[in-house]
Design a protein around this ligand. Structure first.
Ligand code: HQG
Length: 180
């Protein structure tokens, strides 16, 4: 991905996950923003976007962070939201026996005491494999992965969802479901 494209990706993550109001756009409950409104609002904010650029960023996003509606008119972030105005109706899914969470070593003590909490986001993010979790952890510092007893959690009534880009979501992970 070019530097220009990753800057646009970061900008889209910011407005579509966290602060749509920063540029004066609205997201619906499912997280969708009107692409024309987004382009106009971004222009007012000094960012030149157009449909082709947006489409390229969506298509080339390494983590498939965004999706465009079938009619081509709207865009949303598929997960990672902190804004309360969005409440995506994710479909519940039975998780595999284990899922992984990547974090930094400095958070481990707190996580062992409190379990995994969503922080500013709506959900705790979990990965299907250890390698992906390690890459997520790397963003925060010296990485470490935790193995989560996901199926056992599910059997005990905790809900799991999977976003379009395959990231697993759950509201929190109590300490008893952490291994290693
Ligand atoms: C940690 C990226 C102390 C948690 C990725 C994490 C992901 C605790 C940090 C997505 C804690 C939150 C989300 C506790 C959790 N005490 N620390 N009790 N419970 N934490 O960025 O999972 O590139 O909000 O371990 O691929 O790192 O943005 O969450 O280190 O899917 O598209 O609190 O973001 O995608 O950090 O990442 P984050 P995350 P993008």
């Amino acid at each position: 991905m070019s530097k220009q494209h990753s800057e646009i990706s970061r900008f889209l993550s910011f407005v579509l996950r966290h602060q749509p109001e920063a540029i004066g756009i609205k997201l619906d409950l499912e997280g969708w923003a009107d692409i024309s409104a987004l382009i106009a609002a971004a222009a007012n904010d000094g960012k030149q976007l157009d449909r082709d650029l947006i489409q390229t960023v969506v298509t080339t996003s390494d983590k498939k962070r965004f999706s465009i509606s079938e009619d081509g008119l709207r865009i949303r972030a598929v997960q990672g939201h902190s804004t309360e105005s969005v409440d995506i109706d994710y479909v519940e899914k039975v998780p595999p026996e284990f899922l992984y969470h990547g974090t930094a070593t400095r958070f481990i003590e707190s996580i062992r005491n409190q379990g995994l909490l969503p922080g500013s986001r709506q959900y705790v993010h979990l990965s299907q494999d250890k390698q992906t979790a390690l890459a997520v952890g790397q963003r925060h510092g010296k990485p470490v992965t935790l193995k989560i007893k996901a199926l056992l959690m599910h059997e005990q009534g905790f809900k799991f969802f999977q976003a379009e880009n395959e990231v697993w979501l759950t509201e929190l992970v109590p300490v008893t479901f952490l291994t290693e």
